[in-house]
Structures are given as structure tokens and as C-alpha cells.
Ligand binder design. Sequence first.
Ligand SMILES: NC(=O)C1=CN([C@@H]2O[C@H](COP(=O)(O)OP(=O)(O)OC[C@H]3O[C@@H](n4cnc5c(N)ncnc54)[C@H](O)[C@@H]3O)[C@@H](O)[C@H]2O)C=CC1
Ligand SMILES: Nc1nc(=O)c2c([nH]1)NC[C@@H]1CN(c3ccc(C(=O)N[C@@H](CCC(=O)O)C(=O)O)cc3)C=[N+]21
Length: 320
Amino acid sequence: MSKPGRTILASKVAETFNTEIINNVEEYKKTHNGQGPLLVGFLANNDPAAKMYATWTQKTSESMGFRYDLRVIEDKDFLEEAIIQANGDDSVNGIMVYFPVFGNAQDQYLQQVVCKEKDVEGLNHVYYQNLYHNVRYLDKENRLKSILPCTPLAIVKILEFLKIYNNLLPEGNRLYGKKCIVINRSEIVGRPLAALLANDGATVYSVDVNNIQKFTRGESLKLNKHHVEDLGEYSEDLLKKCSLDSDVVITGVPSENYKFPTEYIKEGAVCINFACTKNFSDDVKEKASLYVPMTGKVTIAMLLRNMLRLVRNVELSKEK
Ligand SMILES: NC(=O)C1=CN([C@@H]2O[C@H](COP(=O)(O)OP(=O)(O)OC[C@H]3O[C@@H](n4cnc5c(N)ncnc54)[C@H](O)[C@@H]3O)[C@@H](O)[C@H]2O)C=CC1
Ligand SMILES: Nc1nc(=O)c2c([nH]1)NC[C@@H]1CN(c3ccc(C(=O)N[C@@H](CCC(=O)O)C(=O)O)cc3)C=[N+]21
């Protein structure tokens, strides 16, 4: 008998955004001498994953009508100056820095050097604070939309595509009744993702190497933003219990030989992996109803969508 589950590719999800992005770039070009918005990428390391991602952002953005300029910085010490220069350059619309650079807390500092008006990845403190506080606009008049970090946002868009979000429910509560588990709690992806899902009404188990936490909006969603509860230290038993309770399993463990145990997956759950390596075993579809093996293509679509949103925010602020 054939397996009941299906694999859904990120390219399929990205398609639904790409037409809109291309049309918006075409509109932009009409009023900008036929030129698309300019994205600048800073590469100051020899990390093969970062290099690959840089080549790939260039290819995708150019194919959609954007201009892309990769600035390779040989000496990391000059990176900060280069970012500051790009912040002040009116011809630059968006900036991204490929991480890791120093591979320590200095990288978080560099993230904040990119000015928020050009921060296509949505890593500025202001955007994080809005996300964690469930604030969706930058101004009191609700004209300027806040930017969301692109990988967590990509996963939200995938869950919408998979119809885990129920659009019969009011916006902001569309994950009510859904339970999700996220294996990764980095500041770039896992923690903001758990907060986003909980803010939309889900119960989220957030797992890292040390412990397991639960993010929710409280009983009957009475809180207007998520709150976090410690469930205990990391253990296989606790992980299995939380996972078997989850309708959605999301993994992002950056290690070649890590495999999420298939027997921890609830029958018919949705499984999504955003790590560069395959975090699920080949038999995942014996349990999963829908399986998304990689998410990178949707992340890039969200990056470019964020870029257009930044351009629009700059134009709206000028009109004021
Ligand atoms: N698809 C995409 O668009 C993107 C993918 N990535 C990929 O996602 C992966 C993760 O990236 P980061 O979050 O930046 O990495 P990170 O190293 O900062 O964080 C890894 C997280 O996983 C947890 N973890 C590691 N081993 C674990 C285990 N055995 N059990 C439970 N938790 C465990 C850690 O505690 C930590 O919270 C990488 O492979 C990266 O390349 C990153 C950004 C975008
Ligand atoms: N500021 C910053 N933001 C990042 O998002 C970032 C970064 N720095 N540094 C490097 C890592 C690595 N990374 C990848 C994301 C997806 C795939 C991936 O799996 N891509 C394809 C598969 C490969 C392909 O089609 O060529 C996919 O998902 O379909 C790989 C690598 C993002 N990174």
C-alpha cells in the first residue's frame, strides 16, 4: 500500500509569493529609471553555507528584477565601517550580513549596526521587540508595517499554505487549538518562531539542548501576547511526551547526523525541517501527513518581500 503522507516542496509555496514580488518590482522600476531596488550583501567569512546562501540570494533576487551587490570584506575589522557607509548611501535599499562573522556575541552587535530602514532580514531590535510584544505596526496610525525575521516568517507562510492556519478564525487567533513543537531555540529562528506561533494562538513546545519550554497566550487566549513556562530539563521522555502531543513538528538542528526519532511523531502530524541538513529520517512519511524537507526558497521569498515592504515604508514616511 502506498504511504498516506505527501511531501510538499518549498518551491511550491514560494511560487504563491513570487508573482506578487515580480509585479511589485516592475511597478517600482517604472518610477525609478527602469532600475529595481538595490540589495547589498556583506560576506566577511569563508563559511561554505554562508557563501552558498550568498550566491543563491544573488541569483534569486536578480532573477526577480532586483539589483544585488555582493560586497566581500577580506578583513572582518572593516565590516562595521562598510555597513555604516551603506546605511548612509541613498542608492542602497536593503542590507544583509551573512553570519557567522565573528561567531560570538559581536555578531549580535553587527546585526544592530544595519539601520532598521534597510534591515531586510528583520533582525533589528525594534522588529524583535514588536514581534515579542505582538505589535504589528511601527506607527500609531498603523500605516507602516513592522518587519518579521525572514526564516520564522517563512515557516508561518508554509503553515498557512498547509492550512494549519484556520482562516475561519479571526486574524491573530488562527492557530487556536493547534499544538506545535520547535526543536531549536536560537535568537535568529527558534525563539522568535515559537513566539510568533504562540501569538497566533498555538501552544508551542520550544526545545533546546538544555530544556523544554511552553509558549502560550494562556487559557482561552486571554493574554494579548505569549508567555513562557519552563517544563523541565531536556530529556528524551519529556521530548517524546511533548512531541506525541503536537500537530506540527518543526526542526532546525544544525548537525549532520541528528535525526528526530520517527516514533516521537504523532500519527498524521505535519513535519517541517529548516536546518541545512536533513533532520528527519527517510521513514518520516510513515507518520507525517505532510512533510516539508527544506524551507530556504520560502525564506528568500520573504527576504525579498521584506525588502519591498521597507521600500514602501520609506516612501510612506516621506509622504507624511
Ligand atoms: N532555511 C533557512 O532559511 C535557514 C536555515 N538555517 C539553518 O538552520 C539551522 C539552525 O540555525 P541556527 O538557529 O542559526 O543555529 P544555532 O546553532 O544558533 O541554534 C541551534 C539550536 O538548536 C538546538 N539544538 C541543537 N542540538 C539539539 C538537539 N540535539 N536537541 C535539541 N535541540 C538542539 C540548540 O540548543 C539551539 O537552540 C542551521 O542548519 C542553519 O543553517 C538558518 C537560517 C535560515
Ligand atoms: N544573515 C544570514 N541569514 C541567513 O539566513 C543565513 C546566513 N546569514 N548565513 C548562512 C546561513 C545558511 N542559510 C541557508 C538557508 C537555507 C539553505 C537551504 O537549505 N537551501 C535550499 C537547498 C539548496 C539549494 O537549492 O541550492 C532549500 O532550502 O531549498 C541553505 C543555507 C541561511 N543562512
